[in-house]
Design a protein around this ligand. Structure first.
Ligand code: PMP
Length: 428
């Protein structure tokens, strides 16, 4: 390890003094690594210690890797035209093209697109759509949400209210957040008895429910749990039977991550509202979207207040929209299914040995997602260091060491990532 460069040490000192990090204290007690650039699947560290293969896709987003010539070109081209313009009363080609691409690729029946500026905001908008739909139909009492324990939907107000109530992420706000209805997290395999309980709970609360909101097939930041897609059909049927809207949060699972373009496809189910984000711009810029059916849009339009009262300053940002179009076209223009399958095989093979490690409770792989669950909370710093020694960037949390690499990760780098996951699981 070379001596840390003085400018890197100075940067870290300023970082500690002034910069909030996700879920971080202020003043900072975290020791982030300084990244100077990123290209392909590699992050270059500013301290001269070398490169790390990114096992995280910058939290599910950088599916094509970093510094991609096609995405760079799309950004440069759009910069030369217009990096931003207000969306109220104006529109532009990148936003319209993106909306059309999203409608065409999404599960059937989703026709209208709200371009939000982060995943959490797209969930807020989804909730607003559902509550406003029932209000417009003269049923304002239908304003609660039903969700699964073990979920995660973001850090703003309504999303926090449907995060896992026992997950510890938002304990501070219990009693202050809107009170929602929680069903147990779905078991991995399909169990009719659990499905019956889910149906019963939806039926019992239907009079006050605006919507059911879940992460389909993979519950991500709340625990990296996978479940049978058959539960999505149970939700769809129960929501239809009891006049409740169904929202799928595909922010993490969208754009191919689970081996289907959207996780809903595993069950051939369409929600009434769907949130996407993260990989939408290939991880380049902050943009998310909320899609809804004509039933929802027309319902809202029939109300006393016939508009969806939401319009952030950076809504439909042309730069983000142009890059999102390029990212989606890049994805659809290649055999992404084969790439995700290839990564899935590499993760299965490489993580098989983790199952035999002491302290490992479970190993699971789905699409380009690999998870090792321990029987104890991981020592995050030790696990991150162990992965970095293998040349890989991982961000373990709670009892989980996990990876979701960019789809362009080559076989040798997938193997390197799985070695790093095993090392982090051993040493964390
Ligand atoms: N929903 C899910 C399923 C997520 O994984 C996330 C981000 N981890 C969010 C919502 C919130 O998205 P953002 O961080 O962009 O606000």
């Amino acid at each position: 390890m070379p001596e840390p460069d003085a400018s890197v040490a100075a940067l870290l000192e300023l970082d500690r003094r002034h910069v909030w990090h996700p879920y971080g204290p202020m003043p900072g007690r975290q020791e982030p690594l300084v990244v100077s650039s990123a290209s392909g699947v590699r992050l270059t560290l500013a301290d001269g210690s070398g490169e790390l293969v990114d096992g995280m896709s910058s939290w599910w987003s950088a599916i094509h890797g970093y510094n991609h010539p096609v995405l760079n070109e799309a950004a440069r081209d759009q910069l030369g035209r217009m990096s931003h313009v207000m969306f109220g009363g104006l529109t532009h080609e990148p936003a319209v093209r993106l909306a059309k691409l999203l409608v065409d690729m999404s599960p059937d029946g989703l026709e209208h697109v709200f371009l939000a500026d982060s995943g959490s905001v797209s969930v807020e908008v989804a909730v607003k759509m559902c509550l406003q739909y029932w209000r417009s139909l003269g049923r304002p009492e239908k304003r609660r949400l039903l969700t699964w324990r073990g979920g995660y939907h973001g850090d703003t107000w309504h999303p926090m209210s449907v995060c896992d109530p026992e997950g510890g992420m938002h304990d501070l706000w219990s009693g202050v957040l809107p009170r929602q209805v929680f069903a147990d997290a779905p078991p991995g395999p399909y169990e009719e008895e659990y499905a019956d309980r889910l149906r019963e709970l939806i039926g019992r609360h239907a009079h006050e429910l605006a919507a059911v909101i879940v992460e389909p097939v993979v519950q991500g930041a709340g625990g990296m749990r996978f479940h049978s897609p058959a539960y999505l059909r149970v939700l769809r049927e129960a929501c239809d039977a009891h006049d409740v809207l169904l929202v799928f949060d595909e922010i993490a699972t969208g754009f191919g991550r689970t081996g289907a373009l959207f996780a809903a496809e595993h069950a051939a189910v369409s929600p009434d509202v769907m949130c996407v984000g993260k990989a939408l711009t290939g991880g380049y810029l902050t943009m998310a979207a909320t899609l809804c059916s004509s039933r929802v849009a027309e319902g809202i339009s029939r109300g006393e207040v016939p508009v969806l009262a939401h319009g952030p300053t950076f809504m439909g940002n042309p730069l983000a929209a142009a890059v999102a179009c390029a990212s989606v076209e890049l994805l659809l223009g290649q055999d992404w299914r084969a790439e995700v399958k290839r990564i899935e095989s590499g993760l299965r093979e490489g993580l098989a040995e983790a199952a035999a490690l002491p302290g490992v409770r479970d190993v699971r792989v789905l699409g380009a997602i690999g998870v090792v669950q321990l029987d104890h909370d991981v020592d995050m710093a030790a696990a991150t260091r162990a992965a970095a020694r293998e040349g890989v960037w991982l961000r373990p949390f709670r009892d989980l060491v996990y990876t979701m690499p960019p789809y362009v990760t080559g076989d040798a780098d997938v193997a390197r990532i799985t070695r790093a996951v095993c090392a982090a699981a051993k040493e964390g």
